[in-house]
Write a protein of this length. Structure first.
Length: 202
């Protein structure tokens, strides 16, 4: 009986590390699952705010095509314009929002950047920004925007070749309405570089 108790205690002692390792592995797996879940979870209020801001920007730029303020390719061939009173009211409503709408986009990007940088590291953060910002900006700048300007010039009675529409832009490689994406890309790359330098010194 004593012999069974001794060997039974010995077997339990041997089984304890294995059970502990299994428990720790399960806890580690659960924590990794929670980390992945939290990383992929959307922040609904921020998404809603961005949707409202995007809609406001689209509405503002659509207004510019029919108004004297600002500039847009449609200005070259505008067949109609808004009544002066309505245009003045819309300018008073939409004009001041330019002071904070784009700034809010920058603020939201900066608010979420540290989490993305901590999750992916400087290298992964740079690759992500080049894919999500750099590639759309490059395609728009080299293909879509020159085509839009070329169509606008031809509609206005200036039959210039499409390559001339690409070369004659001022400044060169003007990205039109995607200037925000271009600036955000530069700021994101600078932020990643600064974080990498700080990590190396730490």
């Amino acid at each position: 009986m004593a012999r069974e108790q001794v060997f039974g205690s010995w077997d339990a002692a041997l089984a304890l590390p294995a059970e502990t390792a299994t428990s720790e592995g399960a806890q580690s797996s659960a924590s990794q699952d929670r980390l992945r879940e939290s990383a992929s979870r959307r922040v609904v209020p921020i998404d809603n705010l961005k949707a409202v801001l995007v809609a406001w920007v689209i509405a503002g730029h659509a207004f510019l095509g029919y108004a004297a303020m600002g500039g847009w390719p449609y200005d070259e061939v505008a067949e109609t314009t808004l009544p002066k009173t309505l245009e003045l009211l819309l300018e008073m409503l939409i004009g001041p929002t330019a002071l904070f709408v784009i700034g809010t986009f920058f603020f939201l990007s900066g608010l979420l950047a540290p989490h993305s940088l901590a999750q992916h590291g400087p290298g992964g953060f740079v690759r992500q920004r080049l894919l999500r910002l750099g590639l759309p900006w490059l395609l728009f700048t080299l293909l879509i925007w020159p085509l839009v300007m070329w169509v606008a010039y031809r509609a206005a009675g200036y039959p210039l070749p499409i390559w001339q529409a690409l070369q004659a832009r001022q400044p060169f490689l003007d990205s039109g309405p995607l200037w925000f994406v271009q600036i955000l890309l530069y700021v994101s790359l600078a932020h990643a570089l600064l974080s990498w330098i700080v990590r190396r010194h730490d």
